[in-house]
Design a protein around this ligand. Structure first.
Ligand code: GDP
Ligand code: GDP
Length: 467
């Protein structure tokens, strides 16, 4: 679980500049949910070692008379979804009536709000900042988003108080590499003794597999969750206390433990006679972060939309295993089926490691087979990879296909070691590796995927310069 930061403020104060700066470090992981969220943009950020989600509320349209109404439409939901709110103002513009209207609202909400004065570059910021105390939101934090000045200090200030609430705020430690000790460990550990089946079994016995059922509204998430819970072979346990986010349903099937992360709120709805839950992007993103395996449900009748791609992009960036579930496969004409299949080929090529299931949650067709892919993905993501093995595979890949020349010198891959599980991470050391073209990186990745027989999980490969 990571905290959520919302950026609010008038247009032009620098929200998207700050958003881009905060999200940049983890490559294009910004999700737009057209139609669903109007102008809100969501990004997973990893900044100065902190993990969080940031929401940019781009488009308060600037009619400063009606700012409350405008905020009601979209900033309010972002504020509701957030753990911390950053209220941006423009140092150069001074306090405007739009700022005052927003401050009026923000003073009433019950979560931390930080007043952030942006564009303090090249001006005597202190004298400008004084003005903003009139907004009665306490201290102001001066930054220049465009240049990065003050941003890491700000992130520290707002996130440090949340460290206890959000244990995942720091990314999992990557094992520091020590070649000798790694190799020594390899030799002492008789890892070749177990057959792949035995190893898989061991991995599956270890702990419950958490799988999240995610997708746009109406794709059939609740229907699928209910179908799973209603299956004969499934034993559903009483839930421990529900969280404010998704609902966690522990269950058992064929002696294996699972936890469904139910973003559609099936269980809760049953209890409290609630109306249908609002689709929440944040809830979905958190479920993805917390799951071992993400079931992305797609509606065969709707095809693959940008929202589906955004969700998949998030799961991929979070390093999660993915199973693609094409639902409502009942009663479709053959040409519709062909159409969606070719759409999948075309648009989901970037997750060709993910298993694909065509099911009918309504009738139960194909639902039982989902566990095969869930188990497989989990086992793949947690497979034991040793230094000797990944180095051997790297050498085979290089023998089959040499890295290209860059500026007259051949890129050299020297050795590899494991950098962690979930997703399996492999670190390759060499010379000039930062110049490797993407095509060769992909080649190496696919080579590992085939050699290690890893389906369902992304594989992360980091290239490091030098020894
Ligand atoms: P938004 O509408 O609040 O998302 O604002 P933008 O991020 O689009 O920024 C509006 C304008 O302010 C752009 O021209 C930015 O380049 C500029 N801007 C943003 N941050 C800074 C800053 O720190 N210093 C200066 N001088 N300009 C900035
Ligand atoms: P959610 O918003 O993703 O939880 O979607 P629901 O589970 O509420 O389903 C939305 C609608 O799709 C409902 O009317 C369901 O009956 C229907 N639906 C769900 N699964 C299937 C399916 O496999 N086949 C068909 N034909 N309809 C389905």
């Amino acid at each position: 679980m990571v905290p959520v930061i919302a950026l609010v403020g008038r247009p032009n104060v620098g929200k998207s500049t700050l958003f881009n700066r905060l999200t940049r470090s983890r490559d294009a992981l910004v999700a737009n949910f057209p139609g669903l969220t109007r102008d809100r943009k969501y990004g997973q950020a990893e900044y100065n070692g902190y993990n969080f989600i940031v929401i940019d509320t781009g488009g308060i349209t600037g009619d400063e008379q009606g700012i409350d109404a405008k905020m009601a439409q979209q900033s309010l939901q972002a504020i509701e979804e957030a753990d911390v709110v950053l209220f941006l103002v423009d140092a150069r513009a001074g306090v405007t009536t739009g700022d005052e209207a927003m401050a009026h609202h923000l003073r009433k909400i019950e979560k931390p709000v930080y007043l952030v004065v942006n564009k303090t570059d090249g001006i005597d910021a202190d004298s400008y900042a004084a003005d903003f105390y009139s907004l009665s939101l306490g201290d102001c934090y001066q930054i220049a988003a465009a240049h990065g000045r003050g941003v890491s200090g700000l992130v520290e200030t707002i996130l440090d108080p949340l460290l206890e609430t959000f244990p995942d705020i720091y990314p999992p430690e990557q094992d520091e590499f020590e070649p000798e000790s790694q190799l020594a460990e390899d030799e002492s550990a008789p890892d070749e003794v177990l057959s792949p089946e035995e190893e898989a079994e061991q991995v599956l016995m270890k702990r419950a597999i958490k799988f999240a059922i995610v997708g746009r509204p109406n794709v059939g998430k609740s229907t699928l969750t209910n179908r799973i819970l209603g299956e004969d072979r499934v034993i559903v346990y009483d839930m421990p206390g529900t969280t404010r986010d998704s609902i966690y349903i522990p269950m058992e099937r064929e002696d294996k433990q699972y936890v469904i992360i139910d973003t559609a709120g099936v269980r809760k709805r049953k209890k409290v006679n609630e109306t249908v839950e609002k689709f929440s992007v944040i809830k979905t993103l958190k479920a993805i972060e917390d799951a071992h395996v993400v079931l992305v449900v797609i509606d065969a009748r709707e095809g693959i939309g940008d929202q589906d791609l955004s969700l998949i992009g998030f799961a991929l960036n979070a390093g999660r295993s993915i199973v693609v579930v094409v639902n409502k496969w009942d009663g479709l004409d053959n040409d519709v089926k062909e159409h969606i299949k070719s759409e999948i080929d075309r648009r989901l090529g970037f997750i060709d490691f993910a298993r694909l299931h065509f099911i009918s949650a309504l009738h139960g067709t194909g639902v039982g087979h989902l566990y095969e892919s869930i188990d497989e993905a989990y086992v793949s993501a947690n497979k034991k990879i040793t230094t000797s093995l990944v180095t051997r595979i790297m050498k085979m890949a290089v023998d089959d296909h040499q890295p290209p020349m860059v500026r007259g010198r051949r890129v050299k891959l020297k050795y590899a070691h494991a950098g962690g599980h979930n997703p399996p991470t492999i670190i390759i050391h060499g010379t000039q590796v930062t110049d490797l073209p993407d095509s060769y990186k992909r080649y190496i990745m696919n080579y590992y995927r085939r050699s290690l027989d890893m389906m369902g999980t992304p594989i992360r490969i980091d290239f490091k310069e030098g020894d």
